[in-house]
Design a protein around this ligand. Structure first.
Ligand code: 2BA
Length: 110
Protein backbone atom coordinates (compact mmCIF):
# COMPACT_ATOMS: atom_id res chain seq x y z
CA UNK A 1 0.00 0.00 0.00
CA UNK A 2 1.06 3.61 -0.66
CA UNK A 3 0.01 6.83 0.98
CA UNK A 4 -0.63 9.54 -1.59
CA UNK A 5 -0.52 13.07 -0.19
CA UNK A 6 -1.80 15.63 -2.70
CA UNK A 7 -1.90 19.39 -2.18
CA UNK A 8 -4.44 20.96 -4.51
CA UNK A 9 -6.20 24.28 -4.83
CA UNK A 10 -9.49 24.57 -2.94
CA UNK A 11 -11.40 25.12 -6.21
CA UNK A 12 -10.17 21.78 -7.57
CA UNK A 13 -10.81 19.73 -4.44
CA UNK A 14 -14.51 18.96 -5.04
CA UNK A 15 -14.13 17.71 -8.66
CA UNK A 16 -11.12 15.62 -7.64
CA UNK A 17 -12.99 14.09 -4.70
CA UNK A 18 -15.99 13.34 -6.93
CA UNK A 19 -13.74 11.57 -9.42
CA UNK A 20 -12.07 9.58 -6.62
CA UNK A 21 -15.49 8.57 -5.27
CA UNK A 22 -16.46 7.40 -8.77
CA UNK A 23 -13.54 4.93 -8.80
CA UNK A 24 -14.27 3.95 -5.16
CA UNK A 25 -10.98 5.38 -3.88
CA UNK A 26 -11.22 6.42 -0.21
CA UNK A 27 -9.86 9.90 0.54
CA UNK A 28 -9.53 12.25 3.51
CA UNK A 29 -9.66 15.98 2.97
CA UNK A 30 -7.67 18.34 5.21
CA UNK A 31 -7.82 22.13 5.20
CA UNK A 32 -4.26 23.42 4.82
CA UNK A 33 -2.39 26.67 4.22
CA UNK A 34 0.44 27.27 1.76
CA UNK A 35 3.60 28.60 3.38
CA UNK A 36 4.36 31.02 0.55
CA UNK A 37 0.99 32.57 -0.34
CA UNK A 38 -0.43 32.04 3.20
CA UNK A 39 -3.72 31.08 1.59
CA UNK A 40 -5.95 28.11 2.07
CA UNK A 41 -5.39 25.02 0.00
CA UNK A 42 -6.52 21.42 0.36
CA UNK A 43 -4.45 18.41 1.32
CA UNK A 44 -5.85 15.02 0.30
CA UNK A 45 -4.72 11.79 1.98
CA UNK A 46 -5.30 8.56 0.10
CA UNK A 47 -4.38 5.04 1.13
CA UNK A 48 -3.96 3.30 -2.24
CA UNK A 49 -3.87 -0.48 -2.51
CA UNK A 50 -1.51 -1.15 -5.42
CA UNK A 51 1.01 0.44 -7.79
CA UNK A 52 -1.26 0.51 -10.86
CA UNK A 53 -3.93 2.20 -8.83
CA UNK A 54 -1.40 4.82 -7.64
CA UNK A 55 -0.70 5.77 -11.26
CA UNK A 56 -4.44 6.04 -11.97
CA UNK A 57 -5.00 8.26 -8.93
CA UNK A 58 -2.02 10.52 -9.67
CA UNK A 59 -3.11 10.91 -13.32
CA UNK A 60 -6.65 11.77 -12.28
CA UNK A 61 -5.47 14.40 -9.78
CA UNK A 62 -3.15 15.86 -12.42
CA UNK A 63 -5.94 16.07 -14.99
CA UNK A 64 -8.38 17.82 -12.66
CA UNK A 65 -5.90 20.08 -10.83
CA UNK A 66 -5.58 23.29 -12.80
CA UNK A 67 -2.51 25.51 -12.73
CA UNK A 68 -3.49 29.14 -12.12
CA UNK A 69 -1.47 32.35 -12.16
CA UNK A 70 -1.52 34.54 -9.06
CA UNK A 71 -0.16 38.04 -8.53
CA UNK A 72 1.65 38.32 -5.21
CA UNK A 73 3.08 41.42 -3.57
CA UNK A 74 6.13 40.32 -1.59
CA UNK A 75 6.47 41.58 1.99
CA UNK A 76 9.41 43.83 2.94
CA UNK A 77 12.49 41.73 3.74
CA UNK A 78 12.90 41.08 7.49
CA UNK A 79 15.39 43.49 9.06
CA UNK A 80 15.79 45.45 5.82
CA UNK A 81 15.10 49.17 5.33
CA UNK A 82 11.29 49.42 5.02
CA UNK A 83 11.15 53.09 3.95
CA UNK A 84 13.08 52.48 0.71
CA UNK A 85 11.33 49.19 -0.12
CA UNK A 86 9.01 49.38 -3.17
CA UNK A 87 6.92 46.21 -3.44
CA UNK A 88 6.34 45.07 -7.03
CA UNK A 89 3.70 42.40 -7.63
CA UNK A 90 5.20 39.20 -8.99
CA UNK A 91 3.38 36.44 -10.84
CA UNK A 92 3.52 32.89 -9.47
CA UNK A 93 2.01 29.80 -11.01
CA UNK A 94 0.23 27.69 -8.40
CA UNK A 95 -0.04 23.92 -9.25
CA UNK A 96 -1.60 21.65 -10.82
CA UNK A 97 -1.07 19.60 -7.78
CA UNK A 98 1.83 18.74 -5.54
CA UNK A 99 1.87 14.99 -5.00
CA UNK A 100 3.94 12.86 -2.63
CA UNK A 101 3.81 9.03 -2.75
CA UNK A 102 4.99 7.31 0.44
CA UNK A 103 5.32 3.63 1.38
CA UNK A 104 2.92 2.44 4.09
CA UNK A 105 4.49 0.07 6.62
CA UNK A 106 1.21 -0.97 8.19
CA UNK A 107 -2.48 -0.29 7.65
CA UNK A 108 -5.16 -1.31 10.12
CA UNK A 109 -8.89 -0.78 10.15
CA UNK A 110 -9.79 -1.49 13.78
P1 2BA B 1 2.35 27.93 -1.32
O1 2BA B 1 3.51 27.66 -0.42
O2 2BA B 1 1.39 29.00 -0.88
O3 2BA B 1 2.96 28.27 -2.77
C1 2BA B 1 2.12 28.72 -3.83
C2 2BA B 1 2.93 28.87 -5.11
O4 2BA B 1 3.90 29.90 -4.93
C3 2BA B 1 3.74 27.63 -5.49
O5 2BA B 1 2.92 26.78 -6.25
C4 2BA B 1 4.90 28.21 -6.28
O6 2BA B 1 4.54 28.46 -7.62
C5 2BA B 1 5.11 29.57 -5.61
N1 2BA B 1 6.17 29.54 -4.61
C6 2BA B 1 6.23 28.81 -3.47
N2 2BA B 1 7.35 29.09 -2.78
C7 2BA B 1 8.01 30.03 -3.47
C8 2BA B 1 9.23 30.76 -3.29
N3 2BA B 1 10.00 30.55 -2.21
N4 2BA B 1 9.59 31.67 -4.24
C9 2BA B 1 8.83 31.89 -5.32
N5 2BA B 1 7.65 31.25 -5.56
C10 2BA B 1 7.26 30.33 -4.66
P2 2BA B 1 3.12 25.19 -6.14
O7 2BA B 1 4.57 24.83 -6.27
O8 2BA B 1 2.17 24.57 -7.12
O9 2BA B 1 2.70 24.81 -4.65
C11 2BA B 1 1.34 24.87 -4.22
C12 2BA B 1 1.25 24.55 -2.74
O10 2BA B 1 1.72 23.22 -2.52
C13 2BA B 1 2.16 25.42 -1.87
O11 2BA B 1 1.49 26.63 -1.53
C14 2BA B 1 2.39 24.54 -0.66
O12 2BA B 1 1.25 24.57 0.20
C15 2BA B 1 2.45 23.15 -1.29
N6 2BA B 1 3.82 22.71 -1.58
C16 2BA B 1 4.51 22.92 -2.71
N7 2BA B 1 5.70 22.34 -2.67
C17 2BA B 1 5.77 21.72 -1.47
C18 2BA B 1 6.78 20.95 -0.80
N8 2BA B 1 7.98 20.67 -1.39
N9 2BA B 1 6.51 20.51 0.44
C19 2BA B 1 5.33 20.78 1.04
N10 2BA B 1 4.34 21.50 0.46
C20 2BA B 1 4.58 21.97 -0.77
Amino acid sequence: MKLVVAIVQDKDAAPIMNALAAIHQPVTRLASTGGFLREGNTTLLLGVEDEGRVEEVVRLIGELGQARERLVTPLAPMGGPVDTYVPYPVEVVVGGAIVFVLPVERFERL
